[in-house]
Each structure stands twice: as C-alpha cells, then as structure tokens.
Design a protein. Structure first.
Length: 249
C-alpha cells in the first residue's frame, strides 16, 4: 500500500522545465534583493509596506515558477491521428492560403496559449522533419489575425506516410523567445518535446484541406493528449471537386 502511494506521488509530481532554470534563478535573485532592501528601510517604521511588497513579489515569483511547470502526463499516441501540440484554447478553424511552404490552401487550426497555460510544445505527429525555419517579426497579441504571418515565429513541417503538416510556433505580445528543438532530417515521435515559447503565445497547425478535425472553436485542449484531427479518413480537396463534377448530370 505504501509503495503504491509512493509510486502514485512520483508519477504525478510537478517538475520544472529546463527552459525555466535561468529565468527562475534571476527572478529569485530579484525577489531576494527587493525584499532585503524594503525590509531594511521600512520594516521598523512601516512594516505594512514591507509585508505588502513581500507578498506581491512572492506571488510574482510563484507565477513565474508555475509558468515553467512540466506536469507528468500519459500522452496519446496514434499513427492515424494528429495530437494537439500545445495547451490552450482553439481560436481558429478555417481554410487559409499558405505562402510559406505548401503554396496552396490549407486547413488552419490555431491554439492560443495564455500565460497560465503549460507552454511546452509537443510533436503532433510522428514523421520526418523536412522543413524548419525561424522568422523574425512583430509582437502583436497572439489572437490577432495577422500574428500568424507577421509575428516572430518558427515553422516546422513534419511528413509521414499519412500526411504532411506545418506547425508554427508564434510569439505573442509578451513572448520574446521561441525555442525549437527540431532540425531538418530528424525523425520525431508523437508527443515528444518540440519546443517552448515563453510568456503567452500561439501555435498554428496547417493540415491538408479535407482533414476531419476533432476539436471545436473555443474548446480547451491539452498538448500531447487532445486529438486534433484524424488523417487516415480525409479526402483531398481535388478529389472532392472531381467527385462533385462527376456526379453532376
């Protein structure tokens, strides 16, 4: 019984992602310095001010620590499905014209990640990385329609025997650093870490037109767990058009 409880706690423990080590260390130093100075000058005459500053800065420090959390999860793996690459809310499901890689119409699904979400990005589909490109850009709010093409971003294309998809990490108004671990030629596995975006961001997934989508607008999703789309049952757009023409009298 004791062993089972210990194992359960170990499996569910919260870890800190390696991308947060420097940021948390810097935040802790600033927290310590501010409070040493404030308590030195105000604790005797106005202790209320000192304790208020302590509480506020402690909450900020805890928020920064929680931002870099890496919760333990049982990830979904399915060869015929695309899994959500990020935690957040689905804010876009629409056809768009891709000008970066495919040069044709694609079905775009966008996930907005608030500062309160887990910001680890995960590989949505196993396959080979055939494109990886960083783009400098603006820092519009992540839900802005033009953030997909004008903000700082990193695009990756993954190809499998089922489909070829583009995953785009997009910086938001607060996010100033995108981390991507994938390079061209790598074989990646579904659910593994793809990268990290700091402090509020968005992830776009470009799918072949006609791909059945398993999520809906405003749905809250979890990276590595929620099924985003199914890739073994879709009918390509050109085949749909051909069938429609043939059925006409």
């Amino acid at each position: 019984m004791i062993m089972n409880v210990s194992l359960s706690l170990k499996q569910n423990r919260m870890q800190i992602h390696r991308e947060g080590y420097k940021s948390i260390a810097l935040a802790a130093l600033i927290f310590g310095a501010i409070n040493v100075i404030v308590f030195y000058f105000f604790s005797s005459n106005t202790p209320g001010i000192a304790w208020t500053v302590f509480v506020v800065t402690l909450l900020l420090l805890l928020f920064i620590i929680s931002f870099f959390r890496s919760p333990s999860r049982q990830f979904v793996t399915a060869h015929h499905q695309i899994i959500c690459p990020a935690d957040g809310k689905v804010v876009v499901i629409e056809e768009v014209e891709d000008t970066e890689y495919f040069k044709d119409k694609r079905l775009q699904v966008s996930i907005f990640m608030s500062p309160a979400n887990v910001h680890i990005n995960r590989v949505p589909m196993s396959g080979e990385v055939c494109y990886s490109q960083y783009h400098k850009g603006k820092y519009l709010v992540a839900w802005h329609p033009k953030s997909s093409t004008e903000n700082e971003r990193h695009s990756v294309v993954i190809k499998s025997d089922k489909a070829e998809i583009l995953v785009k990490q997009i910086a938001g108004a607060l996010a100033k650093r995108i981390v991507n671990y994938l390079t061209v030629g790598m074989h990646v596995e579904q659910g593994k870490e793809m990268g990290f975006i700091k402090f509020g961001s968005r992830v776009d997934i470009l799918l072949p037109v006609g791909t059945p989508v398993n999520v809906t607008l405003n749905q809250t999703v979890k990276g590595g767990i929620t099924v985003l789309a199914t890739v073994d049952t879709f009918v390509p757009a050109d085949e749909v058009n051909t069938q429609d023409v043939q059925m006409q009298p």
